[in-house]
Design a protein around this ligand. Sequence first.
Ligand SMILES: Cc1ncc(COP(=O)(O)O)c(C=O)c1O
Length: 500
Amino acid sequence: MSRLFDHDGAPGSGYAQPSPLIEREDIEVTDTFKRKVMPNWPRISEPEMVRHYTWLSKRNFGIDTGFYPLGSCTMKHNPRVNEVIAQLPGIADIHPLQPDHQIQGLLYIYHEMQDMLAICAGMDAVTLQPVAGAQGEFTAIRCIQEYFRNKGELQRNKVIVPDSAHGTNPASAAMAGFEIIEIPSLEDGRIDLDALRSVVDENTAAMMITNPNTLGLFEIDIAEASEIVHEVGGQMYYDGANFNAILGRTSPGLMGFDAVHYNLHKTFSQPHGGGGPGSGPIGVKSHLAPFLPGPVAARRPLSGEDNPTPANDEFWYYWHQPEFSIGKVQQWHGNAGAVIRCWAYYRRYGKDLKLMSEHAVMNANYLRHRIQEEAKIAGLSDYIVDGAPAEVVKHEFTLSMGKLKEDKGVGAMDVAKGLLDMGYMAPTVYFPLVVPECMMIEPTETESKATLDEFAKKFIQVLALDPETLHEAPITTPVRRVDEVHAARNLWLRHDGVDR
Ligand SMILES: Cc1ncc(COP(=O)(O)O)c(C=O)c1O
C-alpha cells in the first residue's frame, strides 16, 4: 500500500503499514529515545521511487546492456535459469537456523558444490564461507598462518608476491600480519625463478600467485616455483580468480599448490560488480583442512534413526565445524544465493565444464587477432602493442597504448572513454602496472563471434579519432568524464537532499 501524501501533508512515504488491529498502549517510548527532529530522508511516493530507480538503471551500463570486456573482472552472461533455481521456495525461503533434518536438500547441494570445487582444483577440502575472492585470500592465508603456529614455526612471517599480482594478494597477506616480499617478473611478464630463489628462506610462509597471471599468460615454470617454495617449507597459494582459463584442463593441485580461492562470480556464474555480491570459497590440501572456517557440509551413511528426504537416500548430511577452525569469516552459511546459482550453472554443464574454459580462451585469442587485423587494415599496427608478447594467451590479454601516448598524447584512459561513446563498457585500464598505458581485455566465453568482430572494428575506429575528440570523450554518456581520483578520495554517501 502506498500513499501520495502523509497525514501532515508532506510528500508521502513509499510504503505505509496498515493501522494496527489492536492498539498497544502499554508500550511507552521514553523521551530519551524519541527523535527531537525528523530525519531529512527523501519522502516520496512509491511511483516516484520506482521512476527514480528505473531512471538510474537507464543511466547505467551492465552486461545486459552491452559488451563488457573488463579484463580481470570476467563479466559474463548469467543464465536466467540459475535465478529460477535460486528462487525456488524450498531454497530461497530456508531460514539459517533450520535444523539439519529440514534442510537435507540444501546440505546436499552444499556438499556436492564442495566436492565439485575440490575435484576441479585438485584439493582435498573446501569451505564455502568467504563471500568474495579477496576474503577467500585472507581466509586461506589465515589458515596457513594457523597451520604454522600449530607446528610451532612462528618465525614464518613473509609472503612472496610477483609484481604482476592483483592488489588484493599483498593486501590480504598484510591484513593477516605478514611482511610482503615483491619479486619482479621477467620481461615477458612471467615469474622470475632466480628472483624467487633469492628471497625464499625459513621465514617464508607462502607464495601467492595467479595462473594464468594478470597478463593472461600461463606460468610454464609453476611446478618449479612450487618446488622452490616447498623446499624451504613454505606454502603455495593459488589466486583462483583466473580459473575460468584452466578449468577442466589442469588444476592448482597438479601445479603443486596447497590452497586456492575460487571466485564463483567469475568462473561460474553470479552477477557481480562493485565489489560484490560474490562468493570466494577456498580449497586446501588435507594438512590445512582442520583450520578451515565452518560450518562445512559433511555426510555419513544413513542410519535407521535418520529421517531421509527424497533428495538423498544413501547419506545423512549435516553441518560440521573443522577441528582447529580459524573461526567464522561470515555469518551463517556464506553467500547461499551465489552458491546455488553456481551449483545450477555447474549442473547444466556437468562433465563438459571444460568447454567453458576452452571457449573463454578461444574468444580472447580470436579478439586479440581480430584487433591486430583491423589495425593492419587501418594502417595503425604500430599502436597495437602487445602487453605480453606471446603467441597464445589464455582468457584475457593486455595491450599497451604507450606508443600512442608518445606519438599523439592519447593514453589508455582516452581510448577507454572513446569506447564508451561507441556503446561499450571500457576495458580495464592501468592494470597490471607492469604494462605502460595498459588496457586489459577479457571477452569471456558468452560473447558471439559477431560481437567480437564488431568490437574489434570499433576499437580501431576509436584509435583513429583525433586526439582532441578523445580527450573530450565520453560525450554520449549521462555523465561526462569524471575526476576519478576525487570521487575515490572524497566519497559522499550521505543523503542530505542536495543534488551533487
Ligand atoms: C586476480 C584477482 N585476484 C583477486 C580478485 C579479488 O576478487 P573479489 O573481487 O571477488 O574480491 C580479483 C578480482 O577481480 C582478481 O582479478
